[in-house]
Design a protein around this ligand. Structure first.
Ligand code: SF4
Length: 200
């Protein structure tokens, strides 16, 4: 499958999640604290290369793929290089929010299945403690059947697009690097998408 086809399918999956997430957030009443970047500044985020293929393709279209790959090759940090810290108190922002990965979209407002087969909301301490009433009532509602996006189901759908790139969980900067390498390698012997798209 071409890069463009895979990018379209990943973006379609993200769109589906966006709709489900909005519905879930509305039902739960929970929300991220404005300007909070605590989850993005965590040093051990794992992701698959495939979920960053739209990000890598976007950089490629804008002529930034090679430069970013060099940065990733040289970086020593395990913190996501896309994150831009704005202060020392965990405030910051994603510099590529529109192209963030599946993990970035799921965390906070999706559930894992525990060893008893029950769904457990995976969110951060800030929401759990700061919005405890909403967190508790939402957890109860989930137990009674409130729909919540589920990590494993979304990752299974991602794997179906490209098992090789979707089924690997790597530290986030390695996932970003592999996504860029995939795009650059793909276009080494193929014509690049036309320049019209470069303006997109
Ligand atoms: S890609 Fe963006 S949202 Fe995802 S971890 Fe990095 S900074 Fe955060």
């Amino acid at each position: 499958m071409s890069i463009e086809q895979r990018v379209q399918l990943v973006e379609h999956l993200f769109h589906q999640l966006e709709l489900e997430s909005a519905q879930f957030q509305k039902a739960s009443g929970m929300s991220c604290v404005s300007g909070c970047g605590k989850c993005c500044s965590h040093p051990n985020i794992e992701a698959s290369p495939l979920e960053f293929l739209p990000w890598a393709f976007h950089l490629f279209l804008n002529g930034e793929a090679e430069k970013t790959l060099q940065i990733l090759k040289q970086t020593q940090t395990t913190n996501c290089i896309v994150y831009k810290s704005l202060s020392v108190i965990d405030q910051g922002r994603c510099s590529a929010y529109q192209y963030r990965g599946l993990i970035c979209r799921l965390f906070g407002f999706a559930a894992n299945t525990d060893k008893y087969g029950s769904l457990r909301l995976a969110t951060c301490k800030i929401i759990k403690e700061g919005q405890a009433d909403k967190y508790n009532s939402t957890s109860q509602a989930i137990a009674k059947g409130l729909y919540v996006p589920v990590f494993t189901e979304y990752y299974m759908q991602l794997n179906q697009i490209d098992f090789n790139l979707g089924n690997k969980l790597l530290s986030i900067n390695k996932a970003l690097k592999m996504a860029l390498e995939e795009v650059l390698q793909y276009y080494t012997y193929r014509t690049s998408p036309d320049s019209e798209k470069k303006c997109g």
